[in-house]
Design a protein around this ligand. Structure first.
Ligand SMILES: [Zn+2]
Length: 386
């Protein structure tokens, strides 16, 4: 095991000029969900080596990461804009398409922030390398999706997240879940998870033979110009309204031909920048909207049973496996060796998630077993947290 990664700004990845602290879980959210002094379970700390695993707990309000002053100011605005959207969702007041975009931006921010924080505090098993992206690089970078569920009002206050402690998340921060009082959000972002199923141009991997051997590139394929069945079909076990936005990490001028079809062009508010309209889906339709109102809130409602927390955690792991299988590793061209090594790693991480799912199922069957790893650690047994 190697030492901790450098303390760089979580937003831009540079060494902070004037260092400030960014709350991984924003203060307004801590306040909204029950106050300052709660302890958060932040997973198992791996950084002291395999023989010294310890559960990492922290007061939520002291869970901070470094940020430069200018980035912190810029992203504070996103927090200010997000709070009223969450409050409106909790109280079932209509939200606009712009509000949904703000929420998707914020979920990108929190998801990547939790991943970077995991690397800094040592609960991420993949912290051996410096991260090659930070929050500012990943907001709206590729397809993003969220499922919004509203539990009955008597559920009460609370903040829970799921999926951020898995080795899968450590390797690829593409999917997690968060519960904010009665609002449950499952969230995923990865190239191709939406565009291919919406019939839009989508990224794929292409093998190119070069004098130095096989190289694997990402390239853009023509869309099918129709909606394909089973988009984001990972077996969600509760009701929810799916809201999402296709996105590409380039501009139209970089890749024009696949976007010439009138079918594809309908999806964009700003074709030059390939900025797509936010959409929602129910069992029967996918459509653009100006406002989510009463009938959409009806789709979000779910009456939980006592096993809801278990479903909340388990379905997050299923979501991670789905995204790992359907999404695309996207980045600079890689050699054959690196490509197959990445594929092998993804397969191993999905297997590990399946193992965790079996372990969780055994724990539910026998409630005397601990499910946060704390009991096992006290007995000196090795655990993996989820
Ligand atoms: Zn910065």
């Amino acid at each position: 095991m190697c030492g901790q990664i450098a303390k760089l700004c979580v937003f831009c990845g540079e060494k902070p000029d004037r260092k400030t602290k960014e709350h991984v879980i924003p203060k307004w959210l801590i306040k909204l969900t029950g106050g300052d002094h709660r302890q958060a379970f932040l997973g198992v700390k791996y950084s002291d080596g395999p023989d010294n695993l310890a559960v990492h707990r922290h007061a939520l309000s002291a869970y901070t990461v470094p940020a430069c002053e200018s980035c912190n100011g810029r992203f504070a605005l996103l927090e200010e804009l997000t709070k009223p959207v969450v409050v409106k969702l909790l109280s079932e007041q209509p939200i606009s398409a712009g509000d949904v975009e703000i929420l998707l931006d914020w979920l990108d921010k929190v998801r990547i922030g939790l991943w970077l924080a995991g690397r800094m505090i040592g609960t991420n098993v993949f912290r051996a390398h410096e991260p090659n992206f930070h929050i500012a690089h990943r907001i709206g970078w590729c397809d993003r999706w969220a499922s919004l569920t509203l539990l009955p009002e008597q559920v009460g206050e609370g903040l829970t997240y799921a999926g951020v402690g898995t080795p899968m998340f450590g390797s690829m921060p593409s999917a997690f879940s968060i519960r904010i009082n009665r609002l449950v959000i499952q969230n995923a972002s990865s190239p191709r998870i939406l565009t291919r199923w919406l019939g839009l141009p989508y990224p794929a991997t292409k093998r190119v033979r070069t004098p130095d051997g096989l190289m694997f590139h990402s390239h853009i394929c023509f869309g099918k110009n129709r909606v394909l069945p089973r988009m984001m079909d990972y077996g969600r076990p509760f009701n929810g309204l799916e809201v999402f936005q296709p996105a590409y990490p380039f501009l139209l001028k970089d890749c024009e031909r696949p976007f010439k079809s009138p079918y594809a062009q309908r999806f964009f508010v700003d074709l030059e920048r390939l900025r797509a309209k936010p959409l929602f889906a129910t069992d029967r339709e996918i459509r653009a909207f100006e406002e989510l109102g009463k009938s959409e809130f009806a789709v979000m409602k779910h009456l939980p049973d006592s096993s809801f927390p278990d479903h909340f955690s388990a379905s997050t792991l299923h979501l991670q496996n789905y995204v790992s299988l359907i999404g695309l590793y996207s980045g600079a061209p890689v050699t054959e060796h690196v490509f197959y090594r990445q594929r092998h790693l993804s397969r191993g991480l999905r297997k590990l998630n399946n193992l965790l799912l079996r372990k969780m199922a055994a724990q539910w069957a026998d409630p005397t077993k601990s499910n946060d790893g704390f009991g096992e650690l006290e007995l000196g047994l090795k655990v993996l947290s989820i």
